[in-house]
Ligand binder design. Sequence first.
Ligand code: M6R
Length: 608
Amino acid sequence: MCGIIGYVGHRPATPVVMEGLRRLEYRGYDSAGVAWMTPGKINIARASGKLRALEEKLSRMPAITSTCAMGHTRWATHGEPAERNAHPHLSNDSSLAVVHNGIIENYRELKKFLLEKGHQFYSDTDTEVLVHLIAERRKTEPDLLRAFAAALSEAKGAYAVCLLSADHPDTVYAARMSAPLIVGLGTGENFIASDIPAFLPYTREVMFLEDGEIVRATASSCEAMSLRDLKPLPKEKHTIQWNLQDAQKDGYKHFMLKEIFEQPRVIKDGMTGRADGETGDVKIPELDNAPIPGRIHIVACGTSYHAGLWGKALIENLADIPAEAEIASEFRYKNKFLRDPGEVALFISQSGETADTLAALRIMKQRGVPTIGVCNVVGSSIAREADYTIFTQAGPEISVASTKAMTSQMICLALMALYWGKRKRTLERNRIRETLDILFSLPAALDDNLPEMRKRANELAKKYAAFRNFFYLGRGVGYPLALEGALKLKELSYIHAEGYAAGEMKHGPIALIDPEFPTFAMAFQDDLLEKVKSNIEEVVSRGGKVIVLSNGAPAAKAADAWLIPPVDGAFAAFMALPALQLFSYEVADYLGKDVDQPRNLAKSVTVE
Ligand code: M6R
């Protein structure tokens, strides 16, 4: 939610910042703005709407040669998406400017105090209090760093914030509390951003900031300090392994399409070093020191929750561990937790920054429950704070709609189920080997079938795009997929879609069925197939149109059958998921929707 970037170095800074914002736009796209230094002065340009509006504005201005600048791309929380609410926000004398990601929860009290002190506000945002508060504290504390830290100590909530000051034209200040912020260390230049792709064209050397840290960066230096006492902190440097190519579209029309087609590679990478097909062994060294769960809570949001729901069945069946999949925003407010001995909590998050998932993790840690993070983003909060972390190796996922991340999470969960089954000795070596054989067969099967799947998705999309409502039905392994299929359709095409357990239809929802309310049914070759077939018949006999996604013989008198390659058991999901993703992609593209940046959304939900 919101992307920020600061740059100081030897290059013209606004193009660097604008390019960085383009790579951060997935975090929010309600408005954008930049601030840049000229001697003794901070200049700003802001525009409502996507980044191109700001680009157009800048293109009409005289060339900017400043080498120190910062920028912001906004996902609106407080204040409508209008230019006056776009960041940067300036102090009344225009000597200070801030960009901010997060929410200042006590902004009302702070605003009241600042209004009494004579500060004038020009936006409806919570952020604007920060810049006035720094200006206020500067009246008694001339040292800018101290005034910045003092102001932040009064702010409650979450922030990743960058500050520019007219008095320090070659310095960017920044601080972090519960919102991601990473420093990119270049040669004769430094970067501070919400996410690594923002500065990846220039450096792979990074320093991850922790909550309660503040930095002062110039072209030649970067000091990290504790916000509390401004004592210098020794920080480790990390080298990022992935490259810019991974964060580009590579000739695909959209990031989403590219990411769907990356899934065979993602499955391979997720297994590399963990699964040995020859010996039938599974190794997850990250978990070797973790207790074997006696019972596991799988906690996540959105698509990651659907991966968790799928993984729950595997962990129960393969590892014989009772498991619950829980929505993080509900789980974190549960008053009573079952306090089983051997309880472990597992948190799944692509970004590793989702506010509810992170809060749930912190609660479980406080209660002394061992925590495991399954994350994609290295250096993210969940990845760093969990007792044990497994990386999903999906590479950067840029499209707001999550696709390859879910596949990578499912691979991790499948391997974890096998790994615990092995450690508990509830799984025979042969069973592990058979399961690994299936997993190893997936990349080639998907590679061979994705183009054909896309064709079928396109045909069906043209036929069904005009409908305004959809049911997605499934049982067993098909149920999490039904939820995920419905989520993808609604977030991308704004068509109402409900994921439902197929057996629940007759308890009410079937009343909605008529020829204008189609159903997308998952009918896989498993023990529940006959039941699913009956559920489909019930819909068809009430005039409902049905698309049946099946991995075997046609499942029912369906309006439209969609055959995907046969894969055994729960692992059929690895074939069905891309089909569902492609259907939603094609519908959204056919309807002319903004596939990679659907309205009202942001990639990483860092507010509650
Ligand atoms: O980064 P996370 O995996 O924690 O994100 C969770 C959800 O916000 C995310 O999966 C969201 O539902 C996606 N937009 C779905 O496509």
